[in-house]
Design a binder for this molecule. Structure first.
Ligand SMILES: [Zn+2]
Length: 246
């Protein structure tokens, strides 16, 4: 894929080797680092040698850096597509300073943003008895369990969001939150912030509105884990490696 150009058709990424012919783009924007991002209409013919793949499918075809860049491009496209009109007065927004959009009527300015979510891997026990609380959402592929996640609410810290989500989704309390890392999550516009935590108390009781099943899993009885494209998997791999060492 060309370094300097990313093309989407709806939510499918165009994969191509070598130079891509000119396209009729419906939307085009330039990322802060100078990469041109274009979105073509659904009915746009696929040029010879081009494949159109969903971002998840494209993960196996791109190196991690190129995949992350494509996800970033998608987040900018989606943000712009969702901010065509002023939320205050309904007029069409126009380019403002920097990367903002501004309302010519009432002056409201909006900056590119994303939705922040937390994800938490809860552990308890030591040695071969160490277990992790994993849950499955009805949207997961069959057999897959993962760490619990949820969006932060306005006015909430990341830590508060972790405690609330863990209580709401699993009925547990946790302690010793440790920051693990974060991942832009382009499905469609998230930033996932990962924590590990130790079990404090409570009975594992999944919330049926959000979770199909949740259990404590030890290394000996692990379920299918999420794909390597997600921070959930990186956290699990790190936890398993750490429990290996001691
Ligand atoms: Zn306005």
């Amino acid at each position: 894929m060309s370094e300097a150009r990313i093309v989407y058709q709806g939510d499918r990424l165009w994969l191509f080797a070598g130079p891509l012919p000119e396209v009729q783009a419906e939307v085009s924007l330039t990322l802060p680092e100078g990469i041109l991002v274009e979105r073509v209409a659904e009915e746009h013919p696929l040029p010879e040698g081009v494949e159109a793949l969903g971002l998840r499918e494209a993960f196996d075809r791109l190196d991690p850096e190129a995949w992350a860049r494509a996800g970033r491009a998608y987040q900018w496209l989606e943000w712009e597509a969702g901010h065509r009109f002023c939320g205050g007065c309904g007029r069409e927004l126009a380019p403002g300073e920097g990367h903002s959009l501004e309302c010519p009527a009432c002056g409201l300015t909006v900056f590119p943003s994303n939705a922040t979510a937390v994800i938490v891997l809860i552990q308890r026990g030591e040695g071969s008895a160490r277990a992790w609380a994993l849950a499955r959402s009805p949207h997961f592929k069959p057999g897959v369990y993962s760490a619990v996640a949820g969006f932060t609410e306005p006015g909430e810290s990341l830590e508060q969001a972790v405690h609330r989500e863990v209580a709401e989704e699993l009925g547990l309390r946790v302690q010793n939150l440790r920051y693990f890392g974060s991942q832009p999550w382009p499905f469609p516009n998230g930033l996932m912030v990962g924590f590990t935590a130790d079990y404090l108390d409570g009975e594992l009781k999944p919330n049926p509105d959000e979770i199909e099943d949740a259990r404590w899993f030890t290394r000996a009885d692990l379920p299918l884990l999420p794909s390597a494209l997600s921070i959930a998997r990186w956290m699990l791999d790190a936890a398993l490696a750490e429990s290996d060492q001691g």
